[in-house]
Design a protein around this ligand. Structure first.
Ligand code: THU
Length: 131
């Protein structure tokens, strides 16, 4: 399953806008809400290192700020050889707005690399249904 062009393109644009002067690791994310609208985000680092946040978190905040609550599909893009899968905290943040079937397309500068589901990345997750 390849990454959809519209999300890949938006994620690439977002990667170019990352504020990552400390790690130099630029990440872009794009997601499609269940109504078809798309939102992007980039990582935003801070001189006080723990205050920075991830690209996925930015994209989720953009979606929630626009009044949407369900995510249908996600693209994450970054450089480097290794797959840039969402960090543990972002897996949980995605879980708030999606189920285990959520497809996460992991991409590099050359394009699509691999698609994983949220359930693969965060098995037996704790989520809204627990409360
Ligand atoms: N980062 C993301 O934005 N998303 C991920 O899924 C992994 C890591 C960012 C956080 C930090 O700004 C930089 O990448 C290095 O960890």
């Amino acid at each position: 399953m390849a990454a959809p062009d519209d999300l890949l393109s938006l994620a690439r644009t977002m990667m170019g806008r990352a504020h990552a002067p400390y790690s130099k690791f630029h990440v872009g994310a794009a997601l499609r809400a269940e109504d078809g609208t798309v939102y992007g985000g980039c990582n935003v680092e801070n001189a006080a290192y723990p205050q920075g946040w991830c690209a996925e978190a930015s994209a989720i905040a953009a979606m929630v700020g626009a009044g949407r609550r369900r995510i249908a599909e996600v693209v994450v893009i970054a450089g480097g050889e290794a797959l840039c899968t969402p960090c543990g905290g972002c897996r949980q943040k995605l879980r708030e707005f999606a189920g285990e079937a959520l497809p996460i397309h992991v991409c590099g500068p050359e394009g699509w690399r691999r698609t994983l589901t949220l359930g693969e990345l965060l098995p037996l997750s704790f989520g809204p249904h627990n409360l």
